[in-house]
Design a protein. Structure first.
Length: 404
C-alpha cells in the first residue's frame, strides 16, 4: 500500500537536514481518537512530558513511549515493543493522521485534541452499576466464532475499569464510563485497539466489541458471582503416544536451537509459545524475564518460540531483538514461523500438540525431558487477583519440579 511508510524510513528521513524547524508536541494531555466501524470513536489519553517522551494511560496501566520523530509539520510515534505506529500532521496543537500496522496492511484514522483529558463524554448520570462478575458470550450462536469470557468490572460513580478474561487470555486494561445505562470501555497499547459498548441492566449486558476498524462482534452477559472459566491447564495437551516435545528453530544469531542442546540437559524447562505482536505474551514475557533473572542460579531454563506475522524473516528477527532489548529478556527467543500467526500452521510446527489454541501457551518440562503441564493463555496484571494466583501457582509448581 503506497501510503504505508515504514517507521525506520521515517526516522532516516528525519535524520536528514530540513530547511524548516519541525513543530513538536506541546507538553500536556491529549485526547486521542481512533475511528472504528459504525461511526464509533475509540478514545485513549496520552500525556506529552517533552517533545520526545509521552505516556499512554489505560486504567492502572501506564505505557512509556520514547520513540518519537518529527518532519516538518508531522510527528511519528512508535509504541514500545509492538509494530504499530502513529503518523500525524499538526493542526495547531492538535493532531490528525493514522495508526498504521504495516505487516497486516491496516490503517485506522487517528486524531488527537490537545488539553483534553476526558476519555469518554458523559451525557447523563449513570443509572446502572457494572461492578461485579459477568458470565459472557461473544458471537453467541455463531458456531465458528462463539467463545466464552468472564467480565470483571469495578465502577465508582460513572467511572468504570476492568477487563474480560477468556480461555486464552484477557483483554487487558479497559477504562471507560457508564453514561446513563450505556457502558463504554476502551484500551490502546500500540498493538490492539479495543472498544466495548453495551446497554446494561441490573442483571444483563448486551453490546458490541470493536477491534480497530477491521473487526466487530456482539456479546451478551449476565451477572454470575460464582462464574469461572475452564481450567487453563486442560485445554492444550500432548497427543496420545507422546510424553515430550521436540523442535529445532533458529535464534537471532541464526543458530539452530533444540531441547537436546546441553544448555537444557537435566534442567526444568519452560517453553513459551508467543509472538512479539501479542499483548498477553508481552505481559507474560515481562514476568518470565524477571523470574528467570532472579533464578538463574537454579536448574531452570526458558525458551520462547515466536510465531510472527512479519512478512520477512529479517523483519521478524528485528522485532524479536527489539522485544528482548526493551523488556530485558535474557533467555533465547527462536523464530518458529513468519508471514502468519495462524494457529493451525503453528500446530504443524509442533505436531505433538492437540492444537495451538492461544498465544501465549506455556509448556512445563521436567528434568528428564517429559512434559508435565501445558498452560493455555495468560492472565495478566489487568486481571488482579487472577494474576497473583497464576504467579503463586507457577512458582509453586516450578519449585516442585526443581526439587525432583
Amino acid at each position: 500500500m503506497k501510503y504505508l511508510i515504514s517507521f525506520l524510513s521515517i526516522v532516516l528521513m528525519v535524520s536528514c537536514k530540513s530547511e524548516t524547524t519541525p513543530k513538536t508536541l506541546q507538553i500536556g494531555t491529549y485526547r486521542a481518537v481512533l475511528d472504528v466501524q459504525d461511526n464509533e470513536a475509540l478514545p485513549f489519553i496520552f500525556e506529552a512530558e517533552s517533545a520526545t517522551k509521552l505516556k499512554v494511560f489505560n486504567a492502572e496501566e501506564v505505557i512509556e513511549v520514547d520513540e518519537i520523530a518529527y518532519r516538518n509539520d508531522s510527528v511519528f510515534i512508535k509504541l514500545p515493543v509492538f509494530e504499530g505506529f502513529i503518523a500525524a500532521k499538526f493542526e495547531g496543537n492538535n493532531l490528525k493522521g493514522q495508526f498504521i500496522k504495516e505487516s497486516l496492511d491496516r490503517v485506522v484514522p487517528f486524531s488527537a485534541e490537545y488539553n483534553n483529558d476526558a476519555r469518554f463524554e458523559v451525557k447523563s448520570k449513570s443509572t446502572q452499576n457494572s461492578t461485579g462478575i459477568w458470565e459472557t458470550v461473544f458471537s453467541k450462536g455463531n458456531a465458528e466464532d462463539e467463545y466464552i469470557a468472564k467480565g470483571i468490572f469495578k465502577q465508582e460513580g460513572d467511572k468504570v475499569i476492568g477487563t474480560f478474561r477468556t480461555t486464552t487470555g484477557d483483554y487487558r486494561y479497559l477504562e471507560g464510563v457508564m453514561d446513563g445505562d450505556q457502558m463504554k470501555l476502551s484500551t490502546f497499547d500500540g498493538s490492539h485497539a479495543f472498544l466495548f459498548t453495551a446497554k446494561v441492566t441490573d442483571s444483563t449486558m448486551e453490546g458490541l466489541f470493536y477491534s480497530g476498524n477491521h473487526w466487530k462482534e456482539p456479546f451478551v452477559a449476565k451477572r454470575n458471582v460464582s462464574y469461572e472459566l475452564p481450567e487453563a491447564d486442560d485445554l492444550t495437551f500432548l497427543k496420545e503416544g507422546y510424553d515430550r516435545i521436540d523442535f529445532e528453530f533458529p535464534n537471532t544469531s541464526g543458530e539452530l536451537i533444540s531441547l537436546s542442546d546441553d544448555r537444557f540437559n537435566d534442567k526444568v524447562v519452560i517453553v513459551q509459545i508467543m509472538g512479539t505482536w501479542c499483548p498477553n505474551c508481552l505481559d507474560e514475557s515481562k514476568y518470565y524475564a524477571e523470574f528467570y533473572e532472579n533464578n538463574k542460579d537454579k536448574d531452570i531454563e526458558f525458551i520462547a518460540l515466536a510465531f510472527e506475522y512479519a512478512k520477512t524473516k529479517e523483519e521478524a528477527f528485528s522485532r524479536i531483538e527489539r522485544l528482548q532489548e526493551k523488556i530485558g529478556i535474557d533467555y533465547p527467543i527462536l523464530l518458529a514461523q513468519y508471514g502468519t500467526s495462524d494457529k493451525v500452521k503453528a500446530q504443524e510446527k509442533l505436531p505433538m500438540l492437540n492444537h495451538v489454541l492461544s498465544y501465549p501457551t506455556s509448556i512445563y518440562i521436567d528434568k528428564t525431558g517429559k512434559v508435565r503441564k501445558i498452560h493455555t493463555g495468560f492472565n495478566g496484571p489487568a486481571t488482579g487477583e487472577k494474576y497473583v494466583e497464576f504467579k503463586d501457582e507457577f512458582e509453586a509448581f516450578v519449585g516442585r519440579l526443581l526439587e525432583e
